[in-house]
Every structure is written in structure tokens, then in C-alpha cells.
Design a protein. Structure first.
Length: 458
């Protein structure tokens, strides 16, 4: 954005400065040329008067001496031509054959035409400037006077003016560049601080704010709005953390009491209850891990996953066993379809919680007498835990919205729930870099896949 602002401000500024500088150089050059031409006209006018008198008297002595003196003092060549075009008097060296341009000017002057304005004199031109005027007597041309002046003086003056104006233009452009960069920095400083504050908030620094006393008024207002938004987000996050902290803390005591009662009841049960008691203990320990994770999230403002080697096939089979009795009450069979171990380095608690949410959703929407299949296998680049049901399913278009919060398909309007199961599973998997995929397979029902990054172990 800074580059675009600099281009937007700098290009017009440089164009204006170059245009003004070019116009100034042209004006100064023309002014110098006009002064030089005026001096030439004065010189040729003086010698036209003297040449008339000399031509009428028939003696070139006076005009010749005067022309030589003028050449010695000012370095200007003066040549007087008679009516035939021959040199009648001269001050300075005269070529035997005049250059074509000078010869053409002499012929025009002898024909009675006055001298035209000379061409512009630029520093890179090298020819001398010659001005030829006819000499009249009672309206008749009796000769011509040519004044040839070295243009080095006006050329040097023009060169100096161009140099000075170029330096002025360079300094002006440099100051303009500095001004544009300072202006861009002043305009973008609040935006830069806003960006830093947003990055800090993304890292969890909820107290990051932006000073409101710099930048344009429009951006100051945006800064105030951002700070207000950040304050509201911090308040909401604080309330959420307090709720999670209180909820997790309050649930730990009943859970511990429940586990103690399980242990107490286990002492009076026979060996035939041993597997059920152990499953109850495992469920209690899993709930305790979930509460510890929730408590750590509430205290630290972020969830740090504990990664370890996990056999996803065994995990899926255990969760299928845990849901088998609940599903049987509705006449639904939960089957484990995994074959062989699927090892991965991941967070067991998060995967279990996400899988529970998906199985709960599958059992909820499956008709009685159907089956829910839970399995795990490895794909290229990821591990996949799948849950396949035979419920009403979703269309391809509806499957794209299945993970949105509070979204429910038309076929599940009568089923209990709030439409949060798949959304919660999606958020849990995102915390470990995974994702949830919802497909409508052939044969009806729904296929939900938990895609877990392939942190495989040997």
C-alpha cells in the first residue's frame, strides 16, 4: 500500500516539476536569444547607416577601418557587399566563397528583403549567427551588410541557466520525494499499528491497543473503532474463559465423587461385572482428561494439545464399544470396521471428543434396525477415522453446510439436538491441524471422515 501511495503522490509531482522546469528553461533560453538578436540588430543597423554613406561616397576607407576596429574590440565580423554581391569592405577574415546559407542571405538582402529572425541558439549548436540587412538609398538597394557574431557567449549563458534550473529541479524532486515518503508514512502509520495490534491479538495478546493521536482524522476514527472492538472482544473472551473455568472446576467435584462411588460399588460386585466397571472407570478418566483440557484452556487462553502415539484403530473400536449400549436402546448396531493398527502422533482427548460428537450425530439420525460403522485407516498424507450411518443423509449441496453451527437438514427437524455436533468436531480437529469431511455416499446415509495429519510412528 505504501508503494501505491508513493506512486500516486510522486508521479504527478515529478511530472509537474519537470513540466514547469522545461517551460522555465525554454523561456530563459528564448529570453537570452531575444537579447542576443536585439544586440545584433543594433550592430547591423549602425553599420547599415555607415555603409550607405560609404557606398554613396565611393570610398571604403572609413567603413573598412571602423569594421576592423569593431572586430578587434568585440570579435564580430562585419562585411559590406556592393550591388554585385562582391565584398566591398570587411572587418575580419572573409572566406573567398561564402557558405551557402550566408550566400543565400546576401542574395535575399540584395533583392531588397530584410533579414529574418535567426534560428534558436541552443548549447549543442556550433554555427555562428549571421544577420544580413540590405542598404537602401531612396528605396533602391545599393548594397548589403552582414554581421557574423560568435554565439559562444549566449550558448554559455543558456548552458549555465539550464544547469542552474536542472539543479533546482533535482533538489525540488528530492524534496518532493522526501515529502511524499513522509506523507505516506504519516498516513500509513495508524494502519501499520493496526496491523501489529491485530497480529498481537491473533497471538492471544488481548490487551493490544493502538494509539489514537496520530494519522489523518479518518484513520483516527478507524483506530477508535478498532480499540472499541478489541475491548468488546476482550470482554467476551474473558466471560467465556470465566465460564469455562467455573464450569470445569465445578464439574470436577461431582466427577470425583462419582468415580469414588464407582470404586465403592465395585467392591461389592462379582467378577462378572469387572469389564463393565473397568469401562466405567475409563469413561470417568476420559471425562477427567477433558475437564483438565478445558481448565487449561480457561486458564491460559489457549489450548496446548498433548501429542502422543495413538492407535486410531483401537481408539475407534473403543469408542464404538462405548456407544454400543446407547445405540442398542434404539435398535441400532454400532460396528467397528477397522483392520490393523493405524498409528499416529496426535492428541487422544481431542480425537476422542470429536469422534464422540460424530457418533452421537450418526446414532441420533439413524433409523432403528440400521447399523453405524466406525473404522480407521491410512490415506496418503493423512489418517482417516470414518463414521458411516444409514440415516436420511444429505444432498451434495446440504453436505457443504453440515459443519455450520446450528444448521440442521430438513430430514432431521424432529430429532433432538441443536445442530452443534459436527461444528464442535470441526473446531476440535482444527486445533490439531485436522479437518472434518462430510460426504453423501451411494446407498444413502452419511459418511463423516475425521482427517488427522499423518504424524505416523513406527
Amino acid at each position: 500500500m505504501r508503494r501505491r501511495l508513493v506512486v500516486v503522490f510522486l508521479v504527478p509531482l515529478v511530472a509537474i516539476l519537470l513540466s514547469l522546469g522545461g517551460a522555465t528553461v525554454w523561456s530563459a533560453t528564448r529570453s537570452t536569444q531575444q537579447a542576443f538578436y536585439t544586440e545584433q540588430l543594433g550592430d547591423v543597423g549602425y553599420f547599415v547607416t555607415s555603409a550607405r554613406q560609404a557606398l554613396l561616397s565611393g570610398s571604403a576607407t572609413v567603413i573598412d577601418a571602423e569594421a576592423w576596429r569593431f572586430n578587434e574590440v568585440y570579435g564580430i565580423d562585419v562585411v559590406v557587399f556592393d550591388l554585385t554581391g562582391g565584398v566591398w569592405a570587411a572587418g575580419g577574415t572573409v572566406a573567398e566563397i561564402l557558405p551557402e546559407d550566408d550566400a543565400a542571405r546576401v542574395r535575399l538582402a540584395l533583392s531588397g528583403r530584410r533579414a529574418e529572425v535567426p534560428e534558436p541558439v541552443f548549447p549543442w549548436t556550433v554555427a555562428d549567427a549571421s544577420l544580413v540587412e540590405p542598404v537602401f538609398d531612396d528605396g533602391d538597394v545599393i548594397g548589403a551588410v552582414m554581421v557574423s557574431t560568435d554565439v559562444e557567449a549566449p550558448r554559455s549563458e543558456i548552458r549555465l541557466q539550464i544547469l542552474i534550473l536542472s539543479l533546482v529541479a533535482i533538489v525540488s524532486i528530492a524534496l518532493g520525494v522526501l515529502l511524499v515518503f513522509q506523507l505516506a508514512r504519516w498516513v500509513l502509520s495508524p494502519v501499520r499499528r493496526l496491523d501489529d495490534a491485530m497480529v498481537a491479538i491473533e497471538r492471544g495478546e488481548m490487551d493490544a491497543r493502538v494509539a489514537e493521536d496520530t494519522g489523518p482524522p479518518e484513520l483516527r476514527r478507524m483506530t477508535r473503532v478498532f480499540n472499541g472492538m478489541a475491548d468488546e472482544i476482550e470482554r467476551v473472551m474473558t466471560r467465556q474463559q470465566e465460564f469455562a473455568l467455573n464450569a470445569s472446576h465445578e464439574l470436577r467435584n461431582p466427577l470425583n465423587a462419582l468415580l469414588l462411588r464407582v470404586e465403592h460399588l465395585a467392591t461389592g460386585l462379582g467378577d462378572e461385572w469387572r469389564d463393565d466397571v473397568e469401562e466405567t472407570r475409563e469413561e470417568g478418566r476420559r471425562m477427567a482428561r477433558i475437564l483438565e483440557t478445558l481448565l487449561g484452556l480457561a486458564r491460559g487462553g489457549r489450548g496446548d494439545s498433548t501429542f502422543s502415539a495413538v492407535d486410531l484403530a483401537t481408539l475407534a473400536a473403543r469408542r464404538a464399544d462405548a456407544w454400543r449400549e446407547v445405540a442398542a436402546r434404539r435398535g441400532i448396531v454400532v460396528r467397528s470396521t477397522g483392520a490393523g493398527p493405524v498409528m499416529s502422533v496426535t492428541d487422544r482427548t481431542i480425537v476422542e471428543s470429536a469422534l464422540d460428537a460424530v457418533i452421537d450425530n450418526a446414532v441420533k439420525f439413524s433409523p432403528g434396525g440400521s447399523a453405524v460403522e466406525v473404522g480407521a485407516h491410512r490415506d496418503a498424507g493423512a489418517c482417516r477415522v470414518t463414521v458411516r450411518d444409514r440415516g436420511p443423509g444429505l444432498t451434495r449441496e446440504e453436505a457443504a453446510y453440515a459443519t455450520d453451527r446450528f444448521w440442521r437438514g430438513d430430514g432431521g427437524a424432529e430429532a433432538p439436538g441443536s445442530g452443534l455436533g459436527l461444528a464442535i468436531a470441526t473446531d476440535l480437529l482444527a486445533a490439531i491441524g485436522g479437518e472434518l469431511a462430510v460426504d453423501s455416499p451411494d446407498g444413502g446415509g452419511l459418511l463423516v471422515s475425521l482427517l488427522i495429519p499423518d504424524g505416523a510412528v513406527a
